[in-house]
Design a protein around this ligand. Structure first.
Ligand SMILES: C=C(OP(=O)(O)O)C(=O)O
Ligand SMILES: [Mg+2]
Length: 409
C-alpha cells in the first residue's frame, strides 16, 4: 500500500454560505481523495469541537499534517489514531473536529482510489449484498433550521416498503412535492429551511396532518409502504431551569413529553423518532423505549419504531454504552464530524449492532457536495441514511446512493 505524500487544507463554502474545511490527500502512487467537513446548527453539547476553519486549518497544519504525511494511506486506524494523538485533547479542540474529519475522510477516499475500488468497498462494504439503507428524507422542518416554523425540527419521510433505493429516493422527493401541494391547498406559504425542507408557519399538530396526507397520497401513487418519522431535537426545546419542554407558548413536563411522543408514535405509526428528550436524560429515553414496546435486535428489521439518539449519543461509544446499559433508545445517529474520525464512527456502529441497536448515518444541516456518508451508510449496513430530499448538497448523497446501487461509482 502506498504512503501519503501530501495533505492540503483549504476553506470552502458550505450550503449555508459559511466557510468549512476541505482536505486533499495525495499518495505517492498518485491516489487522490478529497473531503469536506459538514457543520451542525442544533449541535449536541457533547460533540467534538468544531473550530473556526482558519484556526482549525492552521492548527492541523502545525500539529497533524507533518505526522500523517508518510503514513500508509490504507491504514485508516493508524491515520485516525495519529490525528487524535496530534490533537492531544478528548474532543479535538486543538486541531478542530472539522479539520480532523476532513483529513480522515479524504484519506479513506485516497486509499480507495489507490485500490481502484469504490469507497464503500474499501470501507468494508464488499459483502453487503442487496442491503441498502432506507433514505429518511426531511420534508417539513423548523427548530434551529428555520425561523417561525414548526417546533419539532424535522418531519421525515420513510419509504420503508420501497423495492429499491432508487424508488425510495424518488418517493421522498414526491412526498416533498406533495407537502407543497397540501400546504398550497391550505393557503399556507412556505419557504425552505437549511436542509431544503418546507418551513411553514404552522403548528406541530398541523404538520403531522400535512405529513400524513402527503405520505398517503404518494403511497397510493407508488404502491409501497411509506411511513414517516421525526427529529424532535428536544435538547433545543428543553428549559433546564424550569425543567420543561417549551413549544412556543406551551410547555410540557418530562412526563408529558414522554406521553406526547408515545401518543404520536401510536397515532401516526411513526417509523422513527430522534432525540425525543433532552441530551442528558438517559432514563427518560429508557422509559419511552420501554413504553413504545420496542424489543429485540435491530428494530428496523422488525418494522418497529426507532428511538434514535443524536445529541444523546453524539456518535460516541462511551455515551452509547451508557445508553445500552440502561436501555435508552434502540438506535444511534452516526455523524462522523460529531466524533472527528471515520474509525470512531465505525466503532460506534459496531457497538450499536453488537447490542441490537440500529445505526442511522446522517448529514448535517450545513453540508457540501461531499458524498462520504452515502458510502459509509452502505459499508456499515446502516438501517437508514438521513438527508434532505432536494437541494444540490442533499441530492449529492442521494444520487451517489443510486450510483452505488447501480454499481456505477
Ligand atoms: C441534522 C441535524 O441537524 P444539525 O446538523 O443542525 O445538528 C440533526 O439534528 O439531526
Ligand atoms: Mg438530530
Amino acid at each position: 500500500m502506498t504512503r501519503i505524500r501530501s495533505i492540503s487544507l483549504r476553506r470552502v463554502l458550505d450550503s449555508r454560505g459559511n466557510p468549512t474545511v476541505e482536505a486533499d490527500v495525495l499518495t505517492e502512487s498518485g491516489g487522490f481523495g478529497r473531503a469536506a467537513a459538514p457543520s451542525g446548527a442544533s449541535t449536541g453539547e457533547y460533540e467534538a469541537v468544531e473550530r473556526p476553519p482558519t484556526e482549525a486549518i492552521a492548527a492541523a497544519r502545525e500539529h497533524a499534517v507533518p505526522r500523517i504525511e508518510g503514513l500508509f494511506a490504507g491504514d485508516q486506524r493508524e491515520v485516525d489514531a495519529v490525528l487524535r494523538a496530534a490533537d492531544g485533547t478528548d474532543d479535538f479542540s486543538e486541531i478542530g473536529a472539522n479539520s480532523a474529519v476532513a483529513i480522515s475522510m479524504a484519506t479513506a477516499k485516497a486509499a480507495a482510489d489507490v485500490l481502484g475500488a469504490p469507497l464503500y468497498q474499501h470501507l468494508g462494504g464488499a459483502f453487503r449484498g442487496d442491503n441498502f439503507p432506507i433514505p429518511l428524507g426531511n420534508v417539513i422542518g423548523g427548530g434551529e433550521h428555520a425561523r417561525d416554523a414548526t417546533h419539532i425540527q424535522e418531519f421525515l419521510a420513510a419509504p420503508v416498503g420501497a423495492p429499491s433505493v432508487v424508488e425510495a429516493v424518488f418517493a421522498n422527493a414526491a412526498v416533498h412535492a406533495a407537502v407543497a401541494e397540501e400546504l398550497d391547498e391550505r393557503d399556507v406559504p412556505a419557504a425552505k429551511g437549511d436542509e431544503g425542507a418546507w418551513a411553514p408557519a404552522i403548528s406541530d399538530a398541523e404538520a403531522f396532518e400535512v405529513m400524513d396526507a402527503a405520505v398517503e397520497t404518494i403511497e397510493d401513487e407508488v404502491g409501497f409502504e411509506i411511513r414517516f418519522g421525526l427529529d424532535v431535537a428536544a435538547a433545543e426545546l428543553y428549559d433546564s431551569d424550569e425543567e420543561v419542554y417549551v413549544y412556543g407558548d406551551e410547555t410540557k413536563t418530562r412526563a408529558e413529553q414522554i406521553a406526547y411522543v408515545a401518543e404520536m408514535i401510536d397515532e401516526y405509526d411513526l417509523a422513527y423518532v430522534e432525540d425525543p428528550l433532552d441530551e442528558d436524560d438517559f432514563e427518560g429515553y429508557a422509559e419511552l423505549t420501554e413504553r413504545v414496546g420496542v424489543a429485540g435486535a435491530r428494530p428496523s428489521q422488525a418494522g418497529d419504531c426507532l428511538i434514535c439518539g443524536d445529541d444523546l449519543f453524539v456518535t460516541n461509544t462511551d455515551r452509547l454504552q451508557t445508553g445500552i446499559d440502561v436501555g435508552a433508545g434502540n438506535s444511534i445517529l452516526i455523524k462522523p464530524n460529531q466524533i472527528g474520525t471515520l474509525s470512531d464512527a465505525f466503532d460506534a456502529v459496531e457497538l450499536a449492532h453488537r447490542n441490537g441497536y440500529d445505526a442511522v448515518v446522517s448529514h448535517r444541516s450545513g453540508e457540501t457536495e461531499d458524498t462520504t456518508i452515502a458510502h459509509l451508510a452502505v459499508a456499515t449496513d446502516a438501517a437508514y441514511i438521513k438527508t434532505g430530499t432536494v437541494g444540490g448538497e442533499r441530492t449529492a448523497k442521494l444520487n451517489e446512493l443510486i450510483r452505488i446501487a447501480d454499481d456505477a461509482v
